[in-house]
Design a protein. Structure first.
Length: 276
């Protein structure tokens, strides 16, 4: 399973082309907003990441991002002073993530408030970290790729310090989940799509020892955002960066299906904050 999931994400990845594009168009280094069409591929983009990071306690800066992808959330968090470790099962994502971070302008030079970044290739079912080593764990559209969420959440509980936070921005099954259309950005078909209902997700969190402090469904906002993105994708001019640099031409259908899945209630988008 891990190998084929990684293949789903890296099969069309244009690693060197992306770096060349960044160097050519942004010789002084890309900003977080300039990178967002590439590294903030989740529903809601950079604004959703801000919402997620706003839920974190800034006095507890050691944060693990599970399913970090190309690192948009990580760089955004580091700009706020958090120390981010990004875990992803797709090694090529981690290599490209590090290379992008070296080019990016996430903080002014010599800014002592800047956080740090570290990338690790690994499986969330067996986190390669010591017990009680993080203040917070983040999920952003990543638990839905994991077939054993109970084990993953138990691992999160293990690596969190007492009172630590778990914050999620996740896709869950909607009221009309039978209408789910593939492919979508996280899966070509049902094999790697492991969506839970919101009720099942909250139950698993509680079973793993988490106390849910905040739970919000913002599917309407997600739908509006996706509608705006679809209009941009259909524009005649070619964008400097886009999801197609990651997913290739597959993203044309993926993006269309994602919009339809939100519109017909096959999926919902939720934001959750919990403590252990």
């Amino acid at each position: 399973m891990p190998t084929s999931l990684a293949h789903h994400y890296h099969q069309a990845l244009r690693d060197q082309d992306i770096l060349n594009q960044l160097s050519s168009h942004y010789p002084d280094g890309p900003t977080l907003h300039q990178l967002a069409p590439l590294d903030q591929l989740h529903i809601g983009g950079i604004a959703a990441s801000k919402r997620l990071l706003d839920l974190l306690d800034q006095s507890a800066p050691m944060v693990l991002d599970i399913g970090a992808g190309l690192g948009g959330l990580m760089r955004q968090g580091a700009a706020l002073g958090f120390h981010l470790t990004g875990l992803d099962i797709t090694h090529r994502f981690n290599v490209l993530n590090q290379a992008i971070s070296e080019l990016a302008m996430t903080q002014p030079p010599n800014d002592s408030s800047a956080g740090t970044l570290r990338c690790v290739t690994g499986d969330a079912c067996a986190l390669p970290f010591s017990d009680a080593s993080f203040d917070a764990v983040l999920f952003q559209h990543s638990l839905m790729n994991m077939p054993d969420p109970a084990r993953v959440l138990a691992e999160c509980r293990r690596v969190l310090r007492p009172g630590g936070q778990l914050v999620m921005h996740e896709v869950v099954s909607g009221p009309h989940c039978e209408a789910l259309r593939f492919p979508v950005p996280w899966a070509e078909g049902p094999t790697h799509s492991h969506l839970l209902t919101l009720a099942a997700l909250t139950q698993r969190l509680q079973t793993a020892g988490f106390d849910i402090r905040h739970c919000e469904d913002w599917s309407d906002t997600a739908l509006e955002w996706r509608q705006r993105q679809r209009q941009k994708e259909q524009a005649a001019h070619a964008a400097v960066l886009s999801p197609q640099w990651v997913f290739g031409e597959r993203f044309v259908q993926m993006g269309k299906n994602l919009l339809e899945n939100l519109a017909n209630g096959a999926i919902n988008v939720v934001e959750i904050s919990a403590r252990c």
